[in-house]
Design a binder for this molecule. Sequence first.
Ligand code: ADP
Ligand code: ZN
Length: 227
Amino acid sequence: MGTDTMTRPAVLILLGPPGAGKGTQARMLEESFGFVQLSTGDLLRAAVAEGTEAGAKARAVMEAGGLVPDDIVIDILRDRMAAPDTRRGIILDGFPRTDAQARALDDLLSEQGAQVTAAISLEVDDAAMIDRVAGRYTCAGCGEGYHDTFKTPAVAGVCDRCGGTEFKRRADDNAETVGARLRAYHAETAPLIAYYDSRGVLARVDAMGAIAEIAAALATVVRRVSD
Ligand code: ADP
Ligand code: ZN
């Protein structure tokens, strides 16, 4: 990889509050475009599960719905971006979430001669996010996302994608914590929409519709920015 093409890999950012569907849509973009999803939430949960030093520091903050300190998140992302699979193009899901993270990302990319291709804001009504997040769960086997009301498996208790029968819910996906996560989003992350707009790389996608409709709208944006 790398030498056979002159085109730079796409760097896509998905912006939106918890419940906007960043993870669901990032996984669909992985499948349809061959990009790699980088979720700082997933990376942090893995660090917590492994009991690393970073994980130990992050755990309580995550359970309370706050933002993990920038230096921890930036280190974790930098390590992940060093892996060769990221050269196919990346979809950042849950990063950057603060101004300092956005600037750290710019620096990291410029070291690699790259830059942000597009920041896509998933536009949703906050009020609907509480129900979306409080009802969601994933397949323990393959990570496919489900929801008690909005996206149930075709056969109850069996994953559509891998046939697995074990599912898990995140410790922070409850109505109380979602409120704190929404406040953190509006205070720290929403201002990044204007930051990327001023750089001419912002796209907005209505994310209140059906998952497949949102995916189609996103694919249109990705095709437009990646030729
Ligand atoms: P969601 O966006 O649905 O809230 P994530 O899985 O992206 O879920 O993040 C879960 C939690 O992990 C956040 O509430 C926060 O505590 C922490 N986290 C994830 N990404 C970041 C980040 N870029 N900066 C700070 N904290 C983060
Ligand atoms: Zn599965």
